[in-house]
Design a protein around this ligand. Structure first.
Ligand SMILES: NC(=O)c1ccc[n+]([C@@H]2O[C@H](COP(=O)([O-])OP(=O)(O)OC[C@H]3O[C@@H](n4cnc5c(N)ncnc54)[C@H](OP(=O)(O)O)[C@@H]3O)[C@@H](O)[C@H]2O)c1
Length: 255
């Protein structure tokens, strides 16, 4: 059981090289934690990030590369780190692929691919963390859509809702040794390849009328990682978007 002064010392962040993942890495490393920076294609960015991080209190930061679309690579990720002497006490499931798909176009291949990266892989990492690391905290990056009905969210939407459920179930199943919490962002950064202007109409319909900064997501992750009395919590950082009917942004379906 964690006390109020507990802080993580070894953190695995998936999809950590760029965007929100990079902000999370910087936030945790600033506290002296050692970070395993996971990436798939963004190796150069990951190495640049590692080079700028302050030295951890104990151990060393490291790079870990794995394609979360490959179940074997997922299964080896945490056991590989543990065998190398890096036993995470905090897992941040951040990596994700966001593709908008109208329901009728969600064929089995596309659905399987969306579920693999956005639910099956993070769940397997949660399970491996419970089996191999045994204590600490898990943070799952969700989406405010877990509180909404978005007909274009496709397999991504189903996966994030499943990950929300897994967050709450695991919070009960693995207490008191492991706390499990979720962070549900609204609009932070436009999906890769989508111009920020496309998001303007979306912002107009959000109660606070503003987007969330990656650093605000990282600060929420740090809070949930260190709040020893908090488990099974889903924290929305979305300017209140989940409270109002969603007006679909003018973002085209992803091909
Ligand atoms: N951006 C937003 O406004 C927003 C809104 C709501 C929720 N969220 C959630 O917040 C989290 C971070 O968002 P983001 O926009 O920063 O994410 P992102 O840029 O879309 O993706 C983060 C990283 O995930 C990794 N990734 C994707 N497919 C992978 C695969 N098959 N194997 C391994 N890694 C893979 C990529 O790593 P490489 O670059 O190394 O390939 C990518 O850089 C996500 O879980 C997302 O669902 C974000």
């Amino acid at each position: 059981m964690q006390t109020s002064s507990w802080t993580p010392t070894r953190v695995l962040v998936t999809g950590a090289a760029v965007r929100i993942g990079r902000a999370i890495v910087r936030r945790f490393a600033a506290t002296g934690a050692a970070v395993a920076v996971h990436c798939r294609h963004s190796e150069t960015a990951a190495r640049e990030l590692l080079a700028e991080l302050p030295a951890p209190r104990t151990g060393a930061h490291r790079l870990v590369q794995a394609d979360l679309a490959d179940p074997e690579a997922v299964a080896e990720l945490i056991p590989g780190l543990v065998a190398a002497g890096f036993i995470p006490d905090c897992l941040v499931n951040n990596a994700s692929t966001y593709r908008r798909t109208h329901l009728a176009n969600l064929d089995p291949e596309r659905l399987r691919a969306d579920l693999q990266v956005n639910f099956l892989a993070p769940f397997e990492l949660m399970r491996a963390f419970a089996v191999h690391c045994r204590r600490g905290v898990i943070l799952n990056l969700l989406d405010q859509r877990v509180a909404a009905i978005d007909p274009s969210a496709g397999g991504y939407g189903f996966a994030k809702k499943s990950l929300r459920d897994a967050t709450e179930v695991a919070a009960v199943a693995w207490a008191p040794d492991i706390r499990v919490n979720g962070v549900a962002p609204g609009y932070v950064l436009p999906p890769p390849g989508v111009a920020p202007e496309k998001m303007t109409r979306l912002l107009a319909n959000i109660p606070l009328g503003r987007k969330t900064e990656p650093e605000e997501i990282a600060a929420a992750c740090w809070f949930l990682a260190t709040a020893a009395a908090v488990t099974g919590q889903i924290l929305y950082l979305d300017g209140g978007q989940h409270l109002v009917p969603t007006v679909a942004a003018e973002i085209p379906e992803t091909r």
